[in-house]
Design a protein around this ligand. Structure first.
Ligand SMILES: Cc1cc2nc3c(=O)[nH]c(=O)nc-3n(C[C@H](O)[C@H](O)[C@H](O)COP(=O)(O)O)c2cc1C
Length: 174
């Protein structure tokens, strides 16, 4: 079985919950999974694969997740890597790709050999802090305040699990 790191950048907890859900699915077949804030990860020694995700704020990933990509770039080049962003809230018909996935960061992830990068709907904070968050909540219709699709998240994680070794060998290179 593989040892997997699920690392995330999250300001208000929605992305952390997505990361935990991914970790839980990866544990089901028996993989060993650490789920941690990106900024707290020291080294990638001992991991067979990495999943990295971040909330998107003003078209950018959180700083700790961006820093993770830079800091661990040499190790990540050698490891299977999967990427997710958590962002869009509000009416899905109004989603704008330019705002949901930071292009520059995705380019870097691709250069490191990321197998996939996906976007999951996000959640506006349940208890907004400050005027910006408050107005964002007020301007987001209630049914679109939490767009995290747990079925889609689990399905994506199952796809990752299927690519990890079930016994012995490390995962095949991309
Ligand atoms: C001030 C603010 C700016 C945001 N900017 C973006 C954005 O540029 N693109 C996007 O897809 N989502 C944006 N969002 C939505 C957040 O990414 C979404 O709420 C996310 O799930 C928050 O994750 P977290 O709780 O882990 O911090 C923004 C939210 C706030 C409050």
């Amino acid at each position: 079985m593989a040892k997997v790191l699920v690392a995330y950048g999250s300001k208000r907890g929605a992305t952390a919950e997505i990361a935990e859900a991914i970790a839980a699915v990866l544990r089901e077949p028996g993989h060993t999974v650490d789920c941690a804030e990106a900024g707290t990860v020291g080294a990638l020694d001992g991991y067979d694969a990495v999943v990295l995700g971040s909330a998107v704020y003003m078209r950018r990933w959180r700083g700790d997740a961006r820093h993770f990509l830079r800091k661990h770039r040499h190790a990540l080049e050698e490891l299977p890597l999967w990427i997710f962003s958590s962002g869009p809230v509000g009416d899905p018909a109004k989603d704008n790709d330019a705002w949901t996935e930071p292009r520059h960061t995705m380019r870097k992830a691709e250069q490191l050999g990321a197998r996939e990068h996906v976007v999951f709907g996000g959640r506006v904070p349940a208890e907004p802090h400050g005027r910006i968050e408050q107005s964002m909540v007020e301007n987001t219709p209630e049914q679109w305040r939490d767009r995290r699709d747990w079925d889609a998240i689990s399905a994506w994680a199952r796809g990752i699990a299927a690519q990890l070794p079930t016994a012995g060998a490390r995962p095949a290179a991309a």
